[in-house]
Design a protein around this ligand. Structure first.
Ligand code: MG
Length: 242
């Protein structure tokens, strides 16, 4: 199944997407006419650091023995076609990622059972202030500023996806990242086992699974797109924060 969250008359609604038609509250709407919202309402966003072999190579890092984790606050979340406001920094990067949305409250989930707690998958852009990241310990400024977490456009159930998934990031139409989930160092089930070994996940929580090679800077006026096979394109605009 495929779902969208959208804004109508000042309220947020969920709908099921069938073709280009959105079914919600007994009514049909055209997807193209809707203002989409991020397809999750997380209590937290848990992100995996270096988790693609090609990205580890590009950063000159050795492969981690356990997933490197950090958090983004829900206040950083924006949806498709919203604007990323760059903080005052010499270098702010895109990071195209596959996101997992959690279905039910869970803890101590074994990898073999992880599929039971996954609602679906969508695209994520982990916007990162590299200057702050280079000097601060826990990346609160580097990764937690407003608009630093782009999510969408639609949420897709795991059974509908053509694994392994290709992931591509484009800036102004030019391809900057192109990889697939076979490059993941830690699989989604392994990541879920690791996180839930110490933390309760709630329905709507987001796990961002890491970015492949090809990270690079954004500048005001850019249009950045993250496309994942079977999901679609997450597009965001880039501006300087006031
Ligand atoms: Mg990342």
């Amino acid at each position: 199944m495929r779902w969208v969250r959208f804004l109508e008359n000042g309220q947020a609604w969920w709908g099921e997407l069938v073709g280009d038609t959105v079914l919600s509250q007994g009514r049909r709407r055209q997807l193209s006419e809707l203002r989409l919202l991020p397809p999750a309402q997380p209590t937290k966003i848990v992100c995996v650091g270096v988790n693609y072999r090609d990205h580890a190579q590009e950063m000159g890092r050795k492969l981690p023995e356990r997933p490197a984790l950090f958090l983004k606050p829900p206040s950083a979340l924006i949806g498709p076609d919203e604007t990323i406001y760059l903080p005052n920094s010499e270098r702010v990067d895109y990071e195209g990622e596959l996101a997992v949305v959690i279905k039910e409250r869970c803890k101590h989930v074994k990898a073999a059972e992880a599929h039971r707690v996954i609602w679906g998958y969508t695209c994520f852009n982990d916007i990162s202030d590299r200057i702050a990241q280079s000097w601060e310990l826990n990346w609160v400024r580097a990764k937690g500023f407003d608009t630093a977490a782009c999510l969408g456009p639609i949420l897709v159930s795991p059974d509908e996806l053509p694994w392994p998934l290709t992931i591509e990031t484009r800036v102004n139409g030019s391809v900057r990242q192109h990889s697939d989930t076979s490059q993941l160092i830690f699989s989604v089930p392994q990541i879920l086992e690791e996180i839930t070994s110490f933390m309760t996940l709630e329905p709507g929580d987001i796990i961002a699974t890491g970015t492949p090679a090809g990270v690079g800077p954004l500048t005001p006026g850019d249009i950045v797109e993250v496309e994942i096979s079977g999901i679609g394109v997450l597009r965001n605009f880039v501006a300087r924060a006031a």
